[in-house]
Design a protein around this ligand. Structure first.
Ligand code: ATP
Length: 591
């Protein structure tokens, strides 16, 4: 019940209350349907061969019939008019309801998208991408199905009310009999509805699973192919399909059982209904005909109630998942995502004091820095063995993650929840695994600086040593890079990503193994590029190769999450016992 209330509140808000007008249109269409039924009886009576039926005995409009005595053709014309109005109202209602529901669901999708974008990076790092993918695609589609089912249910309830009102005017005993027996049948079938809701929830997990298997297959295609593991993926998918087929069939069986039980039950009630009207209440033929007409229209409504409440309940679980996801990500929103803040300026340097970073689920901090200073305008290399905390430090400097405790200050301004996002506007990052969007080179570069002029784009491409290659392409900077930049080699992608970082003209440039995909020749060119940037911006480079470390002014070496040495490159390199010397020397260890 709580889910239902929350779902209705969501629909109300997402449609700006327009759902009410949709319901009123449904009511108007229902009333015209009732009216067409009422007009049908006198037409049938008047067209009777013996004319034995008294028109003033016609249900509901008997008085109108005896006062005005309309001719058959007037009644037929009236019926035609009512049917046309009803058809028009139904069309309007369908169009209106579809429109507001599409808008509501799109709003929901957009607000989830937005809350994902505005949430802290940490929230993403503990959530599976495929789970989010399934909420954004299949669960939101099922919310649409839930909203449509709810509209059908509202329509069925309104029609039930209208028909019951009409039937009451003929016989209250028959009306109560029909409603009580129909209601009892509906209640008796509750266990089936409950079962179907629980299987519906199951389906939600099946779709989530499917999305995860497909996404993993597509993103891991290269790995799958290189290990000749395609068959294993196909086998996993086949297993998943067999599993979901069997669960889907269970769901369909349960809902078909409900429909079958309902049809048998309503046939029994129908027979009892006619018997009661003829043998117990001894109603006249025209009233019986009217009641049977009503009954024939009431029964399908109960069936609709049964079927659509099953569908509604099974889809409601998708809404619960959507709501939990959006609540989780909204609670994790970066404060500064909503409040504009002035970015701190980097003139003197960045100081980290007693900074620790722990990841959820891991006991001790992955990084602990007592006191470190990164000089503005200098190139600082972060070195250390794998897993020693270099990327963790880079994420903190970038403002992508928050320290578990301690202070990071840009000049004298502490980085906090209010200014962290604004600070990221002053930072550019080149990651180990260069990512490009499936768009043109220009669009990919403009992402970092939408205002950039074409000259600036070419300048950045030149600095990153990729301008010549781009120039030679038939479409130049309008070349589409392909999915994740697949058109280009790893090294070319890395240079494009570096150009994207440079076009931003950042205060701080962070290079996380930015030359790992380059050959020696290209690496040497990038090293020269970085040399040229010395003094123009503050550069932090995480490097494993000596050539990238050698260009540093300062070095910070990490081991097991702690800083083991920090200082000017020259003085650390000259100390034979330093970690830096061990990685630069003739017998350098692999870092
Ligand atoms: N998102 C995360 N969740 C949990 N633990 C993490 C996460 N990211 C990093 N770690 C852990 O933190 C420690 C430091 O990792 P980090 O990536 O900073 O090392 P690194 O020095 O950059 O290593 P590499 O040179 O291999 O990239 C590692 O033990 C790693 O397992």
């Amino acid at each position: 019940m709580g889910s239902f209330k929350s779902f209705y509140r969501f629909l109300w808000q997402a449609t700006d209350g327009q759902i009410l007008l949709g319901t009123l249109l449904t009511l108007a269409a229902g009333l015209t349907e009732g009216l067409s039924l009422v007009l049908l009886i006198p037409i049938l009576a008047m067209s009777g061969a013996d004319g034995s039926v008294a028109l003033d005995g016609v249900p509901v409009i008997g008085r109108f019939m005896s006062d005005f005595r309309p001719s058959l053709s007037v009644l037929i014309a009236l019926l035609l008019l009512v049917v046309i109005v009803q058809a028009w109202l139904l069309r309007q209602k369908n169009l209106y309801n579809s429109r507001i529901m599409q808008v509501a669901v799109d709003r929901a999708r957009l607000s989830l998208f937005k809350s994902l974008g505005m949430a802290k990076w940490e929230a993403h790092s503990i959530t599976r991408m495929s789970d989010l993918n399934s909420v954004l695609i299949s669960d939101i589609d099922r919310i649409m199905a839930a909203a449509s089912s709810l509209q059908v249910l509202i329509q069925a309830c309104l029609l039930l009310l209208i028909y019951s009102g009409l039937a009451l005017l003929v016989s209250w005993q028959m009306t109560i009999f029909a409603l009580v027996s129909g209601g009892l049948l509906f209640v008796m079938l509750y266990p089936i509805r409950k079962k179907s809701a629980s299987y519906g929830k199951d389906l939600s997990y099946i779709f989530q699973d499917r999305s995860s298997v497909i996404l993993e297959f597509l993103t891991g295609m290269r790995v799958a192919k290189s290990y000749s593991a395609e068959e294993e993926y196909v086998g996993r998918f086949k297993q998943h399909l067999a599993d979901s087929r069997s669960r889907m069939m269970t769901y369909i069986k349960v809902t078909s059982n409900g429909t079958f039980a309902f049809q048998v039950g309503s046939a029994v009630i129908g027979v009892a209904f006619v018997w009661m009207a003829i043998s117990v209440l001894r109603l006249d033929i025209i009233n019986i005909a009217f009641l049977i007409l009503i009954f024939l229209r009431l029964v399908p409504r109960f069936l609709v109630l049964q079927q659509y409440s099953e569908q509604f309940l099974s889809c409601l679980s998708a809404y619960d998942k959507f709501r939990d996801t959006i609540e989780f990500f909204s609670a994790e929103a970066e404060v500064s995502a909503t409040t504009p803040a002035v970015p701190p300026t980097l003139g003197k340097g960045i100081r980290l004091v007693d900074v620790a970073k722990s990841y959820p689920g891991s006991g001790k901090p992955s990084l602990h820095v007592d006191d470190v200073f990164l000089r503005a305008g200098a190139i600082t290399a972060l070195v250390g063995p794998s897993g020693s905390g270099k990327s963790t430090m880079a994420d903190l400097l970038l403002g992508l993650t928050r320290p578990s405790h301690g202070t990071i200050a840009i000049d004298d301004i502490a980085l906090d929840d209010k200014n962290r996002r604004a600070w990221r506007n002053r930072v550019a990052f080149v990651q180990q695994d260069p990512f490009l969007f499936h768009d043109t080179i220009e669009a990919n570069l403009r992402l970092a600086n939408p205002e950039a002029r074409e000259g600036q784009i070419w300048h950045a491409l030149e600095l990153a040593n990729i301008a010549q290659l781009v120039e030679a392409l038939p479409d130049g900077i309008q070349t589409v890079v392909g999915d994740r930049g697949i058109r280009f080699s790893g090294g070319e992608r890395q240079r494009l990503v570096l150009a994207r970082a440079l076009i931003r003209q950042p205060d701080l440039l962070i290079l996380d193994e930015a030359t790992s995909a380059l050959d020696w020749e290209n690496e040497a060119i990038i090293v020269r590029t970085i040399e040229k940037l010395r003094g123009l911006m503050t550069i932090v480079t995480i490097a494993h190769r000596p050539s990238m470390v050698s260009l540093a002014d300062d070095v910070i070496a990490f081991s097991e999450g702690k800083v083991v040495e920090a200082g000017p490159f020259a003085s650390l390199a000259s100390r034979s016992d330093s970690y830096l010397a061990s990685i630069l020397g003739p017998n350098s260890v692999s870092i």
